[in-house]
Ligand binder design. Structure first.
Ligand SMILES: [Zn+2]
Ligand SMILES: [Zn+2]
Ligand SMILES: [Zn+2]
Ligand SMILES: [Zn+2]
Length: 164
């Protein structure tokens, strides 16, 4: 009887705290891939489902598109409230690039997400490869799409000019 009461009391007490998707620890952040709440220990992609399975499935594709060096797109916790995310891929074309040689531009972006009373800091590394570095200033993918549209229009123009 008293046990049941205690259980109920404990449950209502902790209901405001978010729990880790993998264990009973208090969650300290949200996965940038699957959006599950996770504790510090389970935050890296290889340490929780369904990200670990996905990671394993695509592990062969995690190579720099220029030199083929293995890259390790991952995320990890620096503390309970701050996390680092590094996708090791170019923000412009979306392909994986290695850190040592083929990351031409590297920027740190910080976003703070409010979770209850705490703010969680996510430090995201954004990279650009040699080809996309010039467009890093006009905003990665959006800029690239824009350029592709312009290039497409010009090419179409040339095509119709030569093939009336
Ligand atoms: Zn956990
Ligand atoms: Zn995940
Ligand atoms: Zn490389
Ligand atoms: Zn690129």
């Amino acid at each position: 009887m008293s046990d049941t009461t205690r259980l109920v009391a404990r449950r209502s007490n902790t209901s405001s705290i978010r729990h880790c998707h993998e264990c009973t620890e208090e969650a300290s952040g949200r996965c940038s891939y699957c959006h599950n709440n996770l504790c510090m220990d389970h935050f890296p992609r290889m340490l929780h489902a369904p990200c670990a399975q996905k990671y394993m499935k695509h592990a062969q594709t995690h190579v720099c598109y220029v030199c083929g060096t293995r890259v390790n797109p991952d995320q990890w916790s620096l503390s309970r409230t701050s996390h680092r995310i590094d996708t090791f891929s170019c923000n412009g074309c979306g392909r994986y690039i290695c850190d040592e040689q083929h990351t031409k531009v590297k920027k740190e972006q910080v976003t703070v997400a409010r979770e209850g009373l705490r703010g969680h800091r996510y430090q995201i590394t954004s990279r650009y490869c040699e080809l996309c570095a010039p467009i890093s200033r006009i905003g990665g993918i959006k800029g690239l799409t824009y350029l592709v549209v312009i290039a497409g229009t010009i090419l179409a123009g040339i095509f119709f000019y030569f093939h009336p």
